[in-house]
Design a protein around this ligand. Sequence first.
Ligand code: BGC
Length: 382
Amino acid sequence: MKKSLVVLLALLTAASLFASGGSQSGGSSSASSGSALIGIAMPETTVLRWVKDGNSLKSEAEKRGYRAELQNGNGDQVLQNQQIGNLLTQGAKLLVVGQLNDGVASAISDAARDKVAVIAYDRIIQNSADYDYYITFNNFKVGQLQGQGLVKGMNLDAATAANPKYITYFAGSPTDGNAFFFFDGATSVLNPYIEKGVLKVVGPAPKTSKDTAEFQRIATEGWLPNIAKNRMENLLTGDARNVTLDAVLAPNDTLARAIIEACLADAKYARKLPVVSGQDAEAASLAMIKSGQQYMTVFKDTGKLAEAAIILADQILKGVANPTVPGAVLASSIGLESIGDTGKKVVKAYLLDPINITQDNWKEPITAGFITPDEVAANGLQ
Ligand code: BGC
């Protein structure tokens, strides 16, 4: 009886989601109907954080008396553009957009036409001069933390040219500006070891993301885990056939787990996995850090990012000329203007600080309330 009720409710929820074309909220909200509408367009659900980001943005907006409408593009830029169009039709006064690729630029120019302000959320909106604000983490530092983690995990400072360490590289989606900063941050730490001859790169070896052809070979279109898993499997039987890898630069947790899965299927790594980096502090990866299968992750408190984005939105909607966001620094103030460069203009970029997580402090994202009690239970993180 109880079980059939649960099934019925699940079906009804699925049906209503379907009917609203992927919308994750009704048009109604607890705030008064006279308050301004903030439109929230998130990119995908393959990487769990975007579901959390969307929910946090909506509740932070409502907390401040705004109405909020949340959409998710499910990895499809055409769908995301339609959703942005719908948000504009509904009269949104400001949009918070986590983009998929630069195909979003036309939707952003429609927003500018309607005099609707846009905040690029976490990912820069490239090839557009039609918006002014971007809020994200210090993505270069994310990469530095990954590089530093790998150095420590491999004990690279003790390696010699006669007995070097072996690493292979993976990067995120080439459609996502963040992927370039993550990689450049990581190689800024690793390159000196390569120059000394104590670290060897197996497979494509771009020095920076500007080595375009080589970077494309390590990039993972759409951040899709299957692509990374296949590439790792091919590496293990190809370029890495005659060496034992000490480390893998993996740009986020979803890809790290796919890479580790490929390694676990190879008898050579049954006793000792390579040191693998990550990002996002996903519960499933925290469990693997706890057990020693994944070496590190980078914790970006997306609850704080969402709060900061809405604090920014509130000031923009109130016409504040130079908004300030507590806990965030302007990229220009720390010499990272390029983080805000869309290719057509440099927007104001606000950066939050990422945190390094290893076996020493894997509980931190739980203590911070970033991991829900359900996730703690489901992933054995007690
Ligand atoms: C985000 C990462 C995320 C990746 C894949 C990036 O833009 O900054 O946190 O893992 O996209 O969704």
